[in-house]
Each structure stands twice: as structure tokens, then as C-alpha cells.
Design a protein around this ligand. Sequence first.
Ligand code: NAP
Length: 252
Amino acid sequence: MFLLKDKTAVVTGAGSGIGRAIAVAIAEAGAAVVAADIDGARAEDTAADIRLRGGTAVAAAADVRSRESVERLMARAEEGFGRLDIGVFAAGIAGRVHPFTEMTDEDWSEVLHTNLTSLFLCGRAAASRMMVSGGGSIINITSQLSEVAQLHCVPYLAAKGGANMLTKGMALDLAPHGIRVNAIAPGFTRTNMTKLDTPDWRETRRAVLQRIPMARPAEADEIAGAAVYLASGAATYVTGTTLYVDGGYTAA
Ligand code: NAP
């Protein structure tokens, strides 16, 4: 039920953290994976790791902020593996962690573009191919901070909140075409993103860590199973939902 044999997946942000863990897990479930990242060498590192474990993967350097780059990425999957069944869009940035009135126009547009517009670009490019081939599964990586606000990260909150609603809207439009669209909202996860070290970030991190019911951050591997589930035959009636994998954060 959870096997992804004969499926092809594109995973963005696959060079690090949650995207990397998802790329590895999806490949372990049997899918051929295009591991994409803005840093081509890191993407290749993930693809090589998958191949070493006996899976099938190629790497691609892709900037999810660019329509051309995203189109090339989806075409690469089709050319390499003949079809595209699964898109997991995990590329993202934290942006500057700063008090609201000190946020610049650039802070705002950088985070909105990388974390929200990218999902529109990737989703549209993937879905247009899936419509032709008869269906698929799109998974947007959002955040627990799509639901619960936190200090000093207004652009990130807005982008992630928007991403959950983007997911619902896409799910409605694409359901008639056999394409399911869901989001995974991770809780605080130990990755490069959360290693940031500035005074404002330390304050935000302390506030987040204090209120996790499970009293610890997640490891990236703990987010990956949700992606395998949502991509698989175990979730054929699941669309338009956000699956919180957050140690109980949004329940508290
Ligand atoms: P990460 O370790 O920094 O991985 C993100 C990857 O995406 C990095 O390799 C990054 O490259 C890449 N990337 C950034 N901008 C890109 C672009 N324009 N095009 C293509 N790739 C790009 O962070 P992570 O924690 O795994 O985050 C993955 C996703 O989970 C993000 O959407 C994040 O918002 C979300 N999330 C994370 C947490 C958490 O606590 N870690 C919690 C909730 C949600 P660079 O390193 O060069 O930027």
C-alpha cells in the first residue's frame, strides 16, 4: 500500500534537511527520484546517497524562484524517467528573523517568492504534466507556523499560511484530473535552517522549543514518512489537507 514502485518523483530542496530525507524515503519506497536543489553539488550528493542505497536517482540544479528553471526541472523528470507522478516541494528559506517594523521590502519579497510563489510555479509545471499522464500527487512543505504565529518572522508566517490555502485551492482545481494536492506542516526540525544563530532567532527558537508537547525538536527523517504516505496508494482519498507533523505543537 505504501510502495511507490514504478513512480517518478521530483523533490525540491533535496540537497539538505527535510527535502533530502524525503527524497531518500521516497526512493526507498521504490520511486525514481529527481533530487533538485539550488546547489547542484548538494543535489548530486543526495542522488548519489540514494543510488548507494540501491535506489534510482538523478540530480538537478534548479532555482524554484524561476519559472524557466522549474519548467526545465519537470521536463528533466519526464525525459529521464518517462513520466512525473509525484512532486514534493520542500525548497525554502527562513528569511531574516527580525522585528516586524525592521523588515525590509526585500525581506518580504525574498521569503514570499522562495516559499510561496515557488509552490505556485512548481505546482503548475508539475500538474500540467500530470494532467496529461492521468494523475499524480503534489505535496507542498509548509510549516506549523502556517497555523500558529511566532515572533519576528512575519514574511515566513504569511508565506506558509498562504501555502496551506494554495494547497486547498490547487486540490479543488486538480481533483477532476486525478491529481491530489496536500501539504505537510513540519514542526521545529533539526536542519541547517534551524541552526541559524542571531539574537532574534535565539529568542524565537527558545519560544518555539518551550511549547512543544513532545519536548524535543524533530529529526528530518521523522517528517519523511508523511510524504511517502501522501504520495502512496494509502492516501488515494486524501486531498486538500495539511498533515501536521509537529510533536503536538498545533494541538497545544
Ligand atoms: P534546509 O536544510 O535549509 O533545506 C532547504 C533546501 O532548499 C536547502 O538546500 C536550500 O539551499 C534549498 N533552497 C533554498 N532556496 C532555494 C531555491 N530558490 N531553489 C531551490 N532550492 C532552494 O531547510 P529545511 O529545514 O530542510 O526546510 C525544508 C522546508 O521545510 C522549507 O520549506 C521550510 O520552510 C520547511 N520547514 C522547516 C522547518 C524546520 O524546523 N527545519 C519547520 C517547518 C517547515 P540553501 O541552503 O542554499 O538555501
